[in-house]
Design a protein around this ligand. Structure first.
Ligand code: FMN
Length: 174
């Protein structure tokens, strides 16, 4: 399918809101919104161009009743798919003040799951554009996706999304 899919979760929070900003910046008619809650490996297979939206909620909540259990359920589906030849990028919600030492860790968690299955990710972002102490999302001085902090830097979100879409546009061919 030629459309870009945004696989995002959980519903109705910051990830959802930013996913809609990403969609609008690309152009809604070029995008399919896919909540990961009920998605499967077969849904991932359908698309050659995928943007993932995830938040970091700490490993202790990963399998709990907190709504990010959406990703807890979906990650095994991610593991079933091969990603060679697909165009892929990640944005991730986090909180750089309260969780400075684990800032957007789940960008890293997801990126590593994808890379294990042949993915090449685009849309990396220099770490020095953010204040934080540590993150599992960093590789060679770059975040493996776009960090967004709606808790403490919501005023920066629109500009971050705009700049990032501009960066990934050529590879995605929006
Ligand atoms: C229980 C809990 C744990 C969190 N742990 C982290 C963390 O380790 N790193 C981080 O960057 N943000 C962390 N956050 C912040 C969330 O990622 C942030 O609030 C995000 O915007 C939530 O988006 P969502 O509501 O769409 O899931 C945590 C939030 C909660 C509630």
């Amino acid at each position: 399918m030629n459309k870009t899919a945004i696989f995002f979760g959980p519903l109705n929070g910051s990830v959802h809101r930013v996913a809609e900003k990403v969609r609008d910046e690309i152009g809604a008619e070029k995008v399919e919104m896919v909540p990961v809650k009920d998605a499967s490996a077969a849904d991932l297979e359908k698309y050659d161009k995928i943007i993932f939206g995830i938040s970091t909620v700490g490993s202790e909540t990963w399998h709990s009743t907190y709504s990010n259990a959406d990703w807890g359920k979906f990650l095994p589906e991610v593991d079933k798919v091969r990603y060679e030849g697909k165009t892929l990028a990640i944005f991730g919600l986090g909180d750089h003040i309260t969780y400075a030492r684990t800032f957007v860790d789940h960008i890293g968690l997801l990126a590593n799951a994808l890379k294990k299955n042949g993915a090449e990710l685009i849309g990396k972002v220099p770490a020095d554009e953010y204040e934080f102490e540590d993150s599992k999302a960093i590789e060679d001085g770059k975040f493996m996706g776009l960090p967004v902090d709606e808790d403490f830097e919501p005023e920066l979100t629109d500009e971050r999304v705009k700049k990032w879409i501009k960066q990934i546009r050529p590879a995605f061919g929006f």
